[in-house]
Design a protein around this ligand. Sequence first.
Ligand code: GDP
Length: 325
Amino acid sequence: MDISDRAALIRSGDRRALARAITLVESARADHRSEALALLAALRQPERQALRIGLSGTPGVGKSTFIEAFGLMLTAQGLRVAVLAVDPSSTRSGGSILGDKTRMERLSRDPLAFIRPSPSQTQLGGVARRTREAVALCEAAGFDVVLIETVGVGQSETVVAQISDLFVLLLAPAGGDDLQGVKRGIMEMADLILVNKADGDLKPAALRTVADYSGALQLMRRRPQDPPGYPRAVPVSALTQDGLAGAWADMQTLVAWRKAQGHWSLNRATQARQWFEDEVRQGLLARLQADRRVRDQMAALGREVEQGLAPSEAAARVLALLGPS
Ligand code: GDP
């Protein structure tokens, strides 16, 4: 099947064609790469924008329970929802492709939803590319909301925040008054903090956690992209679904404000630029590594660096192979 037929299938909402296209963009093979680029070009439609929601939370806070309940709430409103997992499944506790699928069983059976399990292996540099391209494919396929999930290990949150329109942090009720070791940088990226499990015996602790985070958020510098009162922390229960409609309303408020104030398109433009610059960087690196002379030189200099050669001097020698700077 040629590229334009495949593009048409994806546009028509064919989920198998979409899944195959995501597999293609995940591939590292050079011939797959050129095919992927052709497909992405054929599907390009910058005006067709989904709402991209990045969702981060440590294992056990209830991400899959939340995504399933939240996703079903949206599909019940007729919205089409795609879920992409970012982290390689090897880093997920007990994660596997099967695990991912069974995690959100009802949502995965919903004809308005599409769930893409995390790939079994991706290099960190590849995470951004793979996710950006998978998001672009989902947008072309007509999804209204793309949820990008990360377990929040390493740098994946930063990648997800760079790719999404809204970054949501999911937390569990804390026992004490500590801020659960959430790094300040991550809090600063959050547009909305949802304290999950605000039900039953856990409710009082959840409300205390909400109060702690509300206080912490108020101390932070107000960002131009936020309407007054945001970012905020609110209690939710993925189990009872309490607060989910409110969380969606908060997201709508943020989107409406940002669109009206011009921050939405500014953010998208900045993200497109970042994407471009990342691609150039990755491409340069790939070319360097593909060059045999460079590879041999790097291996040899690597050993010399271990023996005491100055690292920047060694790097300059590798780069000199590319010609005068
Ligand atoms: P994930 O690892 O972040 O995807 O977390 P899961 O969705 O698998 O949930 C971890 C555990 O927390 C499971 O036992 C869920 O049943 C439970 N859980 C998730 N959401 C809630 C909630 O809103 N309330 C309560 N009480 N338990 C929840």
